[in-house]
Design a protein around this ligand. Sequence first.
Ligand code: HEM
Length: 235
Amino acid sequence: MYDHVLYQNTRRAPAIMKMNAIRSRRRLHPWPVRIMHWTNAVAMVVLIGSGWGIYDDSVIIHGVYFPKAIRLGSWAAESLLWHFAAMWLLVANGGAYLVYGVATGRLRERLLPIRPSDIVQTVRDTLRLKLAHEDLTTYNAVQKILYIVAILAGISQVVSGLAIWKPVQFSGLVALLGGFQGARLVHFAGMAVLAGFLAIHVVLALLVPRTLWAMLTGGPVRQPALPAVAREAAR
Ligand code: HEM
């Protein structure tokens, strides 16, 4: 709303105003983010369930099995088919999410910075069970950390998965991960991180249903961020 005053003497004024107008029409979660988020969620759930089916055929941690009821695929070969199908979906869709996030600046804008004081504040709020953030447009420090961990774990799964799938072609990668069993262990640990993330993430989304609704429908229309010069002028 300050645009015409602020930029009237600037040659870039029309471009800046146009950019702000486009931004101001954007929803909190634009449709590409929503489609990619839910597709990733489906791919992850299929990968975890089918991964448990493959794992049970040759366990890594003695005595640790996953019950048949929560495995995807009635036997290892069937689980493997599900795993590969979802793997391609995750690589294509997760890759698209990362490219979109970097190209539009969304990942940086939403997930950074993470200040130590914000972490302390979030932990205090959580201990007081103050979860329902009024402002849907910003993630708290713990959310940011969880999302970054989930994204990094997803990337680590693809890399360690490649090493297990084609150990001869990716022998350098296998060596880097401490051999074939090492790569399996890294892949298993990544699954545990993602399954833990998923459990916390779903509980939080159900505790604050407004966020779930926003991830389904797009959420509120965002106000454009005021540039530094405008913030100064508005004081
Ligand atoms: C393993 C699967 C999943 C992964 C990796 C994942 C990852 C993410 C990430 C990275 C974000 C931030 C998106 C952004 O702003 O660009 C996000 C947001 C969100 N996710 Fe998920 N998600 C998964 C599954 C789910 C499921 C199953 C639900 C439903 C219960 C869900 C509900 C939400 C909601 C409601 C938000 C917005 C949170 C807020 O605005 O406070 N996610 N998710």
